[in-house]
Design a protein around this ligand. Structure first.
Ligand SMILES: [Zn+2]
Length: 278
């Protein structure tokens, strides 16, 4: 169906900032990688780990990957930007414990990828076609995957006011669509939860500069989209599905799902019983 080839970055870019959870300064450099290697993280101790479901160490509040000797937190936004911007292979070097949160969205990564440019590689893009519908459920959270020509997402969330119920049905997630409609959406949190996390020494880097903060009276700052919350859920999903290691051609229907179900789906998509990889 597709004769697209793999792409990697034409150059390397570096972004610096604080980590959302640790509050520590960190830098991330993203650069080219050989074909058929996918996304590889080089961690602060120099060890390397491929971005796969087997490397996931935690899905509490963010997706954390680990090698045998080190971990990196909050990988989902840079992975979403790479997958969303049509990159197949990249080496992501982290100096710190966490990918910097930047403005809380994937836009700084997506723009940096666009500025660096892509080069075509000789191998054909690795894609994956579902043979049959698949689903993952955890209490009231549900993720359904249906065979499709290209990745598209329908996402429903239901949060306390003022967010309430939000839903989005994306078109096919091309790089243009991703950059315009998904990448700018920022991570979010409820003020009372953030204050509780900070009291435990977590979310140390969180601020109104890198997150949509919500309290009982409303949003504590302007939104980039009226439905920015559900758009960010799509962003996180794209980042977690990048762990599949290729481009999954499926339509995803997500109800209130999060990193844990997303990673379960990525693990299942890698299994040959449910999908045919090319
Ligand atoms: Zn996120």
């Amino acid at each position: 169906m597709t004769s697209e080839r793999q792409h990697t970055l034409a150059g390397t870019f570096t972004l610096r900032g604080v980590g959302l959870h640790t509050g520590g300064e960190a830098s991330v450099s993203v650069g080219p990688a050989p074909e058929n290697t996918g996304f590889t993280f080089q961690l602060k101790d120099g060890s390397r780990v491929a971005a796969t479901p087997d490397a996931v160490r935690s899905t509490v509040r963010c997706t954390t990957l680990g090698s045998a000797t080190a971990v990196v937190n909050t990988v989902e936004h840079v992975l979403a930007a790479l997958a969303g911007m049509d990159v197949d292979n990249a080496l992501i070097k982290i100096d710190g414990d966490e990918v910097p949160i930047l403005d809380g969205s994937a836009l700084p990564f997506a723009r940096a990828i666009a500025s660096a440019g892509l080069v075509e590689q000789s191998a054909a893009r690795r894609t994956l076609d579902l043979r049959a519908p698949a689903w993952h459920r955890d209490a009231d959270k549900l993720l359904v995957l249906l065979p499709a020509q290209r990745l598209a997402v329908t996402f429903f969330v239901d949060f306390p006011p003022p967010v309430g119920r939000q839903s989005i049905s994306t078109g096919p997630i091309t790089s243009e669509y991703f950059l315009r409609e998904i990448a700018p959406s920022r991570t979010f949190g409820f003020r009372n939860e953030i204050e509780a996390l900070m009291a435990q020494g977590l979310a140390r880097g969180g601020s109104l500069d890198n997150a949509v903060v919500i309290d009982a009276d409303g949003y504590m700052g302007p939104l980039r989209f009226p439905d920015e919350i559900v758009r960010h859920k799509v962003l996180d999903l794209i980042g977690d599905l990048a762990l599949v290691g290729c481009y999954p051609n499926c339509e995803v229907i997500a109800l209130k799902s999060g990193h844990t179900l997303h990673v379960a789906a990525a693990r299942d998509l890698r299994a040959p019983t449910t999908a045919a990889a090319r």
